[in-house]
Ligand binder design. Structure first.
Ligand code: PMP
Length: 323
């Protein structure tokens, strides 16, 4: 659909996949005025197709849009767009394993002009792609590179918005992680360079020896992961005490060394829950749980996936039937 200052949203349609025509002066190409979302559609054993908490994605996209001076797409329009796209060809939703249909709603400033101001013409689109299991060979703990030279977000910045600029700014740190043989990069806060924020595309959790679970609190610089929020609730259902507070890198290091932190895991729509096996930094390397996936991590992972794939009762009312 297209939005213009005068007419609001109009021209919504499901069309065949193909290139997008943009003016070379389109604002998004120069000033990165855009936001996006990521969610999945899951096929259950009976053939039905469901999304997981899509209202949370709609709400987050509206928050991101406000931060990027873009118009909001209301919840009903957002849900209608993903529903129509999935129903256009529901055979694209894979069956079996941990595969799914990944959905990518996004909004870009298409008005052609040179000059820094909010665009008066914007497009909202949704594309989709089948996604196989994140761990085809079984769950494997990931390694993390601690970025000490780069931060992802500062107070007053766009850290809690899902906008491309955040990812553009994180690429050099992600490349550094790969150069050090790591799968993911971990960012610290921009102020004191001391507190753990999140990974390049996932939120973090720390499991303690008394069964309590801690995740970094939302300070305005961290992306408010929908998986993160779901796990706060699922872990409580499993009897864990869950707290959201600041976690320093020293607490992480000392906790693992002393055995007080027994497991660390990361979470996000793409991988659901993934165990963290190693933390690597310029100061050395720390191995978690012998590099093996922890019990609590796997229990929480199982609980989330059972819910998403319809193998467990949806006690929180998080699933929305599409087909
Ligand atoms: N942090 C960042 C920076 C991300 O890109 C993502 C993926 N959207 C997440 C956290 C996890 O968010 P969610 O659980 O909503 O996928």
């Amino acid at each position: 659909a297209t939005w213009t200052v005068d007419a609001g949203w109009h021209d919504a349609a499901v069309v065949p996949y193909g290139p997008l025509q943009l003016d070379p002066a389109a604002a998004v190409l120069h000033y990165a005025q855009e936001v996006f979302e990521g969610l999945k559609a899951y096929r259950h054993a009976d053939g039905s197709v469901w999304t997981f908490r899509p209202e949370a994605n709609a709400a987050r996209m509206a928050r991101s849009a406000r931060r990027l001076a873009l118009p909001e797409v209301d919840e009903a329009t957002f849900l209608e767009a993903i529903t129509q796209l999935i129903r256009a060809d529901e055979a694209w939703v894979p069956t079996g394993g941990e595969s799914s249909l990944y959905l990518r709603p996004f909004m870009v400033a298409t008005e052609a002009f040179l000059g820094v101001r909010a665009a008066r013409e914007v497009k909202f689109l949704v594309i989709a792609s089948p996604a196989g299991s994140y761990f085809p060979g079984g769950v494997k703990p990931v390694s993390i590179w601690l970025s000490q030279n780069y931060t992802r977000a500062a107070f007053g910045g766009t850290g809690s918005a899902k906008c491309g600029g955040n990812y553009a700014a994180s690429l050099v740190a992600q490349t550094e992680a790969a150069e050090h043989g790591c799968d993911q990069v971990c960012f610290l806060d921009a102020g004191e360079r001391k507190y753990v924020e999140e990974l390049g595309g996932m939120n973090l959790y720390f499991v303690h020896d008394d069964g309590s679970i801690v995740t970094p609190e939302l300070t305005g610089t961290i992306l408010e992961g929908i998986t993160r929020d779901s796990i706060v609730q699922l872990a409580k259902d499993l009897g864990h005490e869950v707290s959201e507070r600041r976690v320093s890198i020293d607490e992480w290091r000392e906790g693992v060394a002393s055995g007080r932190i027994t497991e660390v895991f990361a979470c996000g729509t793409a991988a659901a829950v993934t165990p963290v096996g190693r933390l690597v930094s310029a100061d050395g390397e720390l191995v978690h749980g012998g590099g093996a996936a922890g019990e609590v991590t796997m229990a929480i992972r199982g609980k989330l996936l059972d819910l998403q794939y319809g193998r467990a009762e949806d006690t929180h009312g998080w699933l929305r039937r599409i087909v």
